[in-house]
Design a protein around this ligand. Structure first.
Ligand SMILES: *[C@@H]1O[C@H](CO)[C@@H](O)[C@H](O)[C@H]1NC(C)=O
Ligand SMILES: *[C@@H]1O[C@H](CO)[C@@H](O)[C@H](O)[C@H]1NC(C)=O
Ligand SMILES: *[C@@H]1O[C@H](CO)[C@@H](O)[C@H](O)[C@H]1NC(C)=O
Ligand SMILES: *[C@@H]1O[C@H](CO)[C@@H](O)[C@H](O)[C@H]1NC(C)=O
Length: 599
């Protein structure tokens, strides 16, 4: 994903270790061995500690060597008869081993063309690096259910790797674990709350009955199921026909960003961009500022969107920050839900409709797919629905930029509010669903000292509300607040007689999600705070300013503090992890609510 070549960390004779107080120590030999296991320090994904799955199936085993431009790896699989539907949980496990040094890569796993995981590989800094991603995929039960009566399905995985510059081969195993019987959280918790992962924003207790992929139908043979989005005017789209007895619909969008938009959240807004016409300005990469909105359309009509969470890739900013600790969301990249229930009246006519996916202000390129989760009414052949309110004014944008040569500053402020209301009349009655979303976004970029000092600040806030009403009575209301601040300071200085550059970076980013679900008199709440603070240095040779060619990191060091706090009505969890110089120097976990409250 990144244009830098990484030299072995073992080449360096000294390593800086940042202590908690932020001071640095200089360690003399011996050099500590770097951790081979890469870790995402979040909640244990399976809240089923101590429970064993009813069955586990290894569904795909593949070595990804020179796979650039190849179709995804695919395998047919059959679910074991001793593991019949329904399941209380289904867990996907991706286990990867890297034979040698390699760049970080993006990867995805699809079941029958519907995406179930978007992930970034860490950047292996030594042969033998390995990691494991576990994801609760109960939400996709319908995909597995369709195979459960002796049927078989195709699971595919794409990981475009290259051995031109680096020898590393990624060996991957994909397994599914099926759980049956009671699990302590099933009764008391909404099945699909984001408890196991910060960003699964599923709002419903029951998984969908049917999942239709909104992805590239030629995915098995060509360059994967994802749609490549180069700009706002070329959306990915697919024609979809939904069953006439659908009473609820949620579109889940997966994204990752590459090329000119790999670091979109740091992009400055250049004055030249403001002065040019939109057609011209797209030809000026990385100049249109840091606002992006992932959105969907139905037959061309806007259905809502989200400002994505800025997942930092393992090669980004300073690769030593992310070894061996993954950045927030890097192993299991967030997907974005849009509740389309208010729009069912436009889709229930039995005719095909076009669902479009795009990214506002995108530069080349983004990879998008979506899953349309549908709930059907077994007691009705046809349900009826209508749109009552469609309120989607343009986002209020304020853009300012002042630049003189390489120095200057820019600012983007964005505020938006949408409201969609629709009724659906099924065997459950005539229910009204209202969706309300408010977004507030701010990006500030300041560059000083002839381009050598950069200060970046991003604020990204969203409030979502989905309420289901019967007449004037609210049956169920889900409210969510998400906040994602990011601060980054970088500096660069010439080194080694001008043949190299010494870079320093300091980063803070966070994801806060507070959720409340009320049903009658019962209110359930949960909060999650995931925070990382990192600082480090790099000595880089080559690159544009130093004779061209690929940049080479000659030497580097970084330290990262991670703190993951989760709390709901019955459970608490706190995990703090400090890593420095490629090793974990502290790792604590506790389920004590007192500790969570204090942290
Ligand atoms: C899966 O099975 C189908 C039909 O039996 C076959 O055509 C296809 O080649 C198989 N795919 C893989 C990846 O084994
Ligand atoms: C994949 O599974 C095989 C067989 O169980 C095992 O030998 C191998 O070590 C596994 N690889 C990874 C990366 O987990
Ligand atoms: C947008 O992307 C499409 C597809 O890659 C391309 O054909 C088109 O020229 C692009 N438009 C602009 C304005 O850059
Ligand atoms: C359902 O309720 C809405 C208003 O809340 C009304 O406009 C619609 O006609 C009702 N539909 C049916 C089938 O009763």
């Amino acid at each position: 994903m990144h244009q830098k070549l990484l030299f072995s960390l073992l080449l360096c004779a000294t390593i800086f270790v940042y202590t908690n107080a932020g001071t640095s120590l200089l360690l003399k030999d011996p050099i500590p061995a770097i951790s081979l296991e890469h870790i995402d320090p979040t909640l244990p994904p399976v809240v089923l500690a101590g429970e064993t799955p009813r069955c586990s199936v290894l569904v795909l085993q593949q070595d990804f060597a020179d796979t650039f431009g190849s179709p995804p790896a695919a395998s047919n699989y059959t679910l074991p008869a001793e593991c019949p539907f329904p399941w209380t949980r289904v867990i996907l496990e991706l286990s990867v081993f890297a034979t040698d040094l390699q760049h970080d890569r993006v990867a995805a796993i699809w079941v029958g063309g519907a995406e179930v995981l978007r992930t970034a590989t860490p950047r292996p800094m030594a042969p033998g690096a390995f990691w494991r991603v576990q994801k609760d995929v109960t939400r996709y039960s319908a995909l597995f259910h369709s195979l459960s009566n002796g049927g078989s399905g195709v699971i595919s995985m794409m990981l475009e790797n290259s051995n031109v510059a680096l020898p590393g081969v990624y060996s991957a195993n994909v397994s599914l674990h099926f759980y049956r019987g009671s699990t302590h959280s099933v009764q008391s918790q909404p099945l699909l709350a984001y408890t196991s992962h910060p960003t699964i924003k599923g709002l419903y207790r029951e998984p969908a009955d049917l999942i239709l992929p909104v992805s590239n139908p030629d995915g098995y043979y060509e360059s994967g199921f994802w749609f490549r989005i180069d700009n706002d005017s070329a959306p990915g789209s697919k024609s979809i026909t939904i069953p006439p007895n659908t009473y609820r619909a949620v579109l889940e969008i997966f994204v990752s960003y590459h090329g000119d938009d790999e670091l979109w959240y740091t992009n400055p807004l250049r004055s030249s961009y403001l002065q040019q016409s939109p057609a011209v300005s797209f030809s000026t990469p990385r100049a249109n500022g840091a606002f992006r909105q992932v959105y969907a359309t139905l037959d061309g009509r806007f259905l809502g969107g989200h400002v994505p969470y800025a997942v930092i890739y393992p090669g980004a900013i300073n690769p030593y920050f992310w070894s061996p600790v993954a950045a927030i969301g890097a192993f299991d990249m967030p997907s974005y839900d849009l509740d389309l229930t208010p729009f069912l009246g436009l889709m229930l006519d039995g005719a095909p409709h076009n669902i479009g996916l795009s990214v506002r202000d995108a530069q080349s390129f983004w990879l998008l797919t979506a899953n349309l989760h549908l709930w059907t009414d077994p007691w009705s052949d046809h349900v009826h629905a209508g749109l009552l309110e469609y309120f989607a004014p343009a986002i209020k944008m304020n853009r300012n930029a002042e630049w003189r040569d390489r120095d200057g500053q820019s600012e983007i402020d964005a505020e938006g509010l949408v409201r969609f209301t629709g009724w659906v009349s099924s065997s459950k009655g005539n229910l009204t669903t209202q969706v309300r979303q408010k977004i507030k976004f701010k990006s500030q970029v300041e560059v000083q000292n002839r381009g050598t000092l950069t200060q970046i600040e991003v604020q990204n806030k969203e409030r979502m509300m989905v309420a289901i009403q019967q007449g004037h009575q609210v049956l169920r209301r889900v409210q969510m607040l998400a906040e994602a601040p990011l601060q980054l300071q970088t500096s660069a200085a010439a080194a080694a007689g001008g043949t190299a550059e010494f870079r320093k970076a300091r980063l803070y980013h966070q994801l806060v999600e507070a959720m409340s679900i009320s049903e009658g008199q019962v209110v359930e709440t949960s909060t999650l705070t995931d925070r990382q603070d990192a600082e480090g240095t790099e000595l880089v040779r080559g690159g544009a300013g130093h004779g061209g060619g690929e940049e080479m990191v000659v030497w580097g060091s970084g330290s990262t503090r991670s703190a993951y706090r989760y709390k709901d009505g019955s459970r608490c969890y706190l995990r703090t992890m400090n890593a420095a110089g490629g090793v974990v120097v502290m790792d604590t976990k506790t389920a004590s609510c007192a500790a969570v409250a204090e942290a």
